[in-house]
Design a protein around this ligand. Structure first.
Ligand SMILES: Nc1ncnc2c1ncn2[C@@H]1O[C@H](COP(=O)(O)OP(=O)(O)OP(=O)(O)O)[C@@H](O)[C@H]1O
Length: 244
């Protein structure tokens, strides 16, 4: 498994203001799978992703990235594991404005003092179609191109797993489709493992499996989803809080 959680519970606050964001969630993500996490607003999607990625601490239960139980790791080791084994793609791209596209792509490895595998980085750059844009700074790139840089950055260090938080949320549908096709091909052609939070049934349809959360629990899953089958499943929720 690339990532796994057993009985993962996350509560915020205490006493009367206590909110149980995740209620004994168990989930496994095999290597080479593309999983989408969906559910109404407040159902715990971001919390689940942040806990799995070691960005937030669990209140109870266990989490593994590969063979490492991250719920046992101290801060320093956890930071190291996140840096070396996990890639992130955010809705807001999060590129450094003063660096070129290429410098942004290799930055995590430069910070870690790791030498890039040049052949791999070239292949990633080729796959995301950025070869002609490497010397540009983020402000000189379109939103879709900036997100492609972010995807290449996430892939460049060959992480065990990539967590993507609404990666197409800031893009128009054409640029979004390009990013999703790219994520799909990084799973099919490069063997990547991806967990993606999304509100969009079309985005979810690119995944191998969709997990549905409601009130901090996994309530359903769909294999080989289509946008229509995802939409059908979403209609079964009462609609409360669902983004329109
Ligand atoms: N830092 C926090 N302090 C207190 N409560 C929090 C905190 N973060 C999240 N919550 C609560 O935990 C629950 C789950 O939140 P979470 O952000 O994971 O939901 P989500 O499904 O990602 O929502 P959305 O689709 O709106 O982004 C919500 O009830 C939320 O109010």
């Amino acid at each position: 498994m690339a990532a796994r959680a057993e009985g993962l519970t996350k509560a915020y606050g205490s006493g009367e203001t206590r909110v149980v964001a995740l209620d004994a969630v168990s989930v496994s993500v095999p290597h080479g799978e593309f999983v989408a996490i969906m559910g109404p607003s407040g159902s715990g999607k971001s919390t689940l992703m942040h806990c799995l990625a070691g960005l937030d601490t669990a209140t109870g239960g266990q989490i593994w990235i590969g063979d490492n139980e991250i719920t046992r790791l101290k801060d320093k080791k956890l930071t190291q594991l996140r840096r070396d084994r996990i890639g992130f793609i955010f809705q807001a791209f999060n590129l450094l404005p003063t660096l070129t596209a290429l410098e942004n792509i290799t930055l995590p490895m430069d910070i870690a003092g790791r030498k890039a595998d040049q052949a791999w980085v070239d292949k990633v750059i080729d796959t995301v179609g950025l070869a002609g844009r490497l010397k540009h700074r983020p402000t000189e790139l379109s939103g879709g191109q900036q997100q492609r840089v972010a995807c290449a950055r996430a892939l460049a260090s060959r992480p065990d797993i990539i967590f993507a938080d609404e990666p197409t949320g800031n893009l128009d549908s054409r640029a979004g489709a390009e990013i999703l096709a790219f994520l799909r091909s990084s799973v099919d052609d490069l063997g990547q493992t991806i967990v993606m939070v999304t509100h969009d049934p079309v985005a979810a349809s690119y995944a191998d499996r969709v997990l549905f959360l409601a009130d901090g629990r996994i309530v359903d899953e769909l294999l080989e989803p289509s946008a229509d089958s995802v939409l059908d499943r979403m209609r079964k929720f009462d609609g409360a809080g669902r983004r329109s």
